[in-house]
Write a protein that binds this ligand. Structure first.
Ligand code: KIV
Length: 245
């Protein structure tokens, strides 16, 4: 049974160990949901791990809608958030239409990277769609940021405060030094969810394919909890051997 979104978000604010993972398809979504993961993110990281692109820039609204629909079929309990892909939030009116399309596909809120698109974020929140922010290393700015680099600017504290003021319900902090992530977390009342940002956030998120050992280019900070690639290879070998018996 799905919990009412606003009630669920209020509950999350009071939790200090929020667990968030990505899913891109029905089968994974069903497993994560049954493991009581708090937030399931249809991340635009699907561009890397599912579609094999070098970065998330080629991911389209159609890709996000397609995968959001698949994930939504497997989620009964968790808060389902979908990423707004590259350039989908440039114009506030279009941004709202795009956010609505993701909600129609089954998302209960959207995640938006950065703070440049402040007006769009505001417009979407005003329309009643919950928005999660994303600061620090923002993969959609990989070119402007000069690659995958830790973001150390103290300005991120002010950005987090601005996002809180406009009404986002939580903020992902990616690749930020732990002390800075702790300072940001202490400066705002909404939940921070870290990825490569140390333990001082209110929760942690990982790309599921990274933590399961399924994606060969996983970042160094992502702890591998199991080597599923090895297990899959073993199973395939066994299957092939069965055929030659
Ligand atoms: O796209 C994604 O999977 C993300 C997470 C890394 C937070 O944005």
């Amino acid at each position: 049974m799905k919990r009412k979104t606003s009630k669920f978000i209020n509950l999350l604010q009071k939790k200090s160990n929020i667990v968030m993972l990505t899913a891109y398809d029905y089968s994974f979504a069903k497993i994560l949901d049954s493991c009581e993961v708090d937030i399931i993110l249809v991340g635009d990281s699907l561009g890397n791990v599912i579609l094999g692109y070098e970065n998330t820039l080629p991911v389209t609204m159609e890709d996000m809608i397609h995968h959001t629909k698949a994930v939504a079929r497997g989620v009964k309990r968790a808060l389902l958030i979908s990423d707004m892909p590259y350039k989908s939030t440039l114009v506030p009116k279009t941004a709202l239409e795009n956010a609505r399309r993701l909600v129609d596909a089954g998302a209960r809120g959207v995640k938006i990277e950065g703070i440049d698109n402040f007006e769009s974020i505001s417009e979407i929140i005003q329309a009643g769609i919950p928005v999660m922010g994303h600061l620090g290393f923002t993969p959609q700015n990989v070119k402007e940021l000069g690659g995958y680099k830790i973001q150390r600017s103290p300005q991120i504290i002010d950005e987090a405060k601005e996002l809180e003021k406009v009404g986002v319900f939580s903020i992902v902090l990616e690749m930020i030094p732990p002390e800075l992530a702790g300072k940001i977390t202490d400066s705002i009342k909404i939940a921070t969810i870290g990825i490569g940002a140390g333990p001082l956030c209110n929760g942690q998120v990982l790309v599921t394919y990274d933590m399961l050992g399924l994606y060969p280019n996983a970042p160094k900070f992502a702890k591998k909890y199991v080597d599923l690639e090895k297990e899959i290879r073993k199973a395939i070998k066994e299957f092939a051997e069965d055929q030659s018996k």
